[in-house]
Design a protein around this ligand. Structure first.
Ligand code: NAD
Length: 353
């Protein structure tokens, strides 16, 4: 029997393929925009210039200072550039940090957004914006920040380093995993979630050895799109909340933290979400969801422990305290003892239980 559900499609246009970046000027024009401000991180400034050349007369200028966690002071500087250049559109080329800046500018100025993702984070498919001010991260959900157009160009992901490909890919899988047991799950998103897990879990082990394998790159980016749709459509639970707490409290890197925590969060939720676990196992081709994820992460050769990411041991208790401070929905009740045990195992990099 089909469970009762509600499903709402988000309005966004997606182009996918190789060399699709060449369509950027046409996509800006399709939005009715005339002048586009190109956004990148400092590391991707050169790629931004190549993009600027493709925009031709629609190029308004560049802002190359996108920063992780979207600090408000960076957004304000970018807003000045947006006004000085008279741009009516932003083109964000990069990962979740650059996409976040584009969303923050859209929120404040109403400009339309074209996003060209170069990691697997998935922010481009969500109406969610996380921003930091004075060390505090706040999250808003609004259609005002959902990018109008997303151009996935597989060729742009070839330069993503193997280890970042692996952690960014597992970060994407985490969206799909939690979508399968979300309180507001629905059959369409669950289909996307299963295919997202399947495509990424088969592509990532190839990419860490052969980062230029175009077939695997194509599957990974497609999987990342599916997983981004999951994040944009349904609510997340323990795994995302815990990673948010750990990242914010101990300044841990985003994708790596997701990669370490995911098998443990899944093991914690397993008794309360048997159907989701069966779907994850099938998608992974492994007998057990949590063990299968742990084996995948281990095979990718990325850090397996929060200790390796720089978390102090005293953080185990602190994280457990924070986790129960603000209650949220999770398939299995969140208890201090249970979370302490989970974080302790993730800290040590042990196999989940
Ligand atoms: P990132 O955007 O910070 O990128 C990491 C680094 O890799 C940057 O220096 C970037 O320039 C570089 N890089 C990106 N693509 C590259 C490529 N193809 N080749 C070479 N270098 C490349 O990292 P991320 O993991 O994509 O994003 C993390 C941020 O996104 C976090 O702040 C997170 O909170 C946010 N996020 C938000 C949402 C949302 O829905 N709001 C979803 C996922 C992530």
């Amino acid at each position: 029997m089909i469970e009762t559900f509600a499903y709402e499609a988000l309005p966004s246009r997606v182009r996918f393929g190789r060399g699709t970046i060449k369509e950027v000027a046409a996509e800006v024009d399709r939005l009715g925009a005339r002048r586009a401000l190109v956004l990148t991180t400092p590391q991707q400034a050169a790629a931004g210039e190549r993009l600027g050349a493709l925009l031709g007369s629609a190029l308004a200028g560049y802002f190359n200072d996108a920063t992780m966690h979207t600090p408000v002071e960076v957004t304000e500087r970018a807003l000045d550039t947006l006004r000085e250049t008279g741009a009516d559109c932003v083109v964000a080329l990069g990962g979740g940090s650059t996409t976040g800046l584009g969303k923050a500018l859209a929120l404040r100025s109403g400009v339309s957004q074209v996003v060209i993702p170069t990691t697997y984070a998935g922010s481009e498919m969500t109406p969610i914006l996380g921003q930091t001010e004075g060390g505090r991260k706040t999250t808003i959900r609004s259609l005002d920040v959902l990018p109008e157009t997303v151009i996935y160009d597989v060729d742009l992901t070839l330069s993503l380093p193997p280890m970042l490909s692996a952690t960014s890919g597992v970060n994407a899988m985490a969206h799909a995993v939690e979508a399968l047991y979300a309180r507001d799950r629905n059959p369409i998103i669950s289909l996307m979630a299963q295919d997202g897990i399947r495509t990424l879990s088969s592509a990532l082990p190839i990419l860490v050895h052969e980062p230029a394998n175009i077939e695997a790159r194509s599957h990974a980016l497609y999987g990342a799109w599916l997983c981004g749709c999951c994040l944009g459509a349904v609510g997340m639970a323990l795994h995302h909340k815990l990673c948010h707490t750990l990242g914010g409290s101990f300044d841990l890197p985003h994708a790596e933290t997701h990669t370490v925590v995911l098998p443990h969060a899944v093991a914690y939720n397993a008794p309360a979400a048997p159907e989701a676990m069966a779907a994850i196992s099938r998608a992974l081709g492994a007998p057990d969801a949590a063990q299968g994820l742990y084996d995948l992460v281990r095979a990718l050769g990325v850090p397996l422990s929060l200790a390796k990411l720089g978390m102090p041991e005293s953080g185990i208790d602190k994280a457990a305290d924070i986790a129960v401070e603000n209650p949220y929905w999770n398939p299995r009740p969140v208890t201090r003892g249970g979370i302490r045990d989970l974080v302790a195992r993730a800290f040590a990099g042990e196999r989940p239980r």
